[in-house]
Design a protein around this ligand. Structure first.
Ligand SMILES: [Zn+2]
Length: 190
């Protein structure tokens, strides 16, 4: 420890517990004699220790300690209950959002359905890839007047399919994530 460094709380704790080496003690004392800040922290720690020691010994008997054992297991169900509640609320909100979005999606999807006789998942994925490639290309060939029109045409041709696919994808990922989380949780706490 360098003289200019402040004494850490841990070092002060060890110092008060007489766990510091003799050389460490003299270094700490030297710093304390020159640093008001650390000296004040030592005083505060000392008074805290004194307060703890002044507490009745009864408080620390095994009976009291035994009372803490059940409370240690309490947070586990609380956490998982809270998690279940949050995920259930999330699921409900997502479901509502999906239901609300369905008419909009299906309405905007109609031209896509007409354009592609079989809107299979493959077709949507290919659209997604094509759009991504075109998007990358439009970024690479960045020019101020062309980029807005490029984005506009891309949106007209592909965005509805992409919106639908990414919504489904996100929903599936979200469901799997939550399922995994809720499935893992009790095991790790047990
Ligand atoms: Zn200091």
């Amino acid at each position: 420890m360098h003289l200019t460094d402040h004494v850490t709380d841990m070092q002060l704790n060890e110092y008060l517990d007489n766990e510091t080496t003799l050389a460490g003690r003299s270094e700490i004392e030297l710093h304390l004699s020159t640093c008001e800040e650390c000296a004040a922290r030592l005083t505060a720690l000392k008074s805290l220790f004194a307060e703890i020691e002044s507490l009745p010994d009864l408080e620390l008997t095994p009976n009291i300690a035994a009372r803490f054992i059940p409370t240690r297991s309490l947070p586990a169900p609380q956490v998982s209950n809270w998690l279940t509640l949050t995920t259930t609320l999330q699921a409900a909100l997502a479901l509502i959002a999906m239901i609300l979005a369905t008419p909009i999606i299906s309405r905007s999807l109609t031209p896509v359905l007409q354009a592609y006789p079989i809107p299979s998942l493959n077709a949507v994925l290919i659209d997604l890839q094509m759009n991504f490639v075109m998007w990358i290309q439009s970024i690479q060939s960045f020019q101020f007047p062309t980029i807005p029109t490029g984005i506009f045409t891309l949106q007209q041709e592909f965005s509805t399919g992409i919106l639908f696919a990414s919504l489904i994808g996100l929903f599936i990922i979200w469901i799997i994530g939550n399922w995994w989380l809720l499935r893992k949780r009790p095991n790790s706490l047990a």
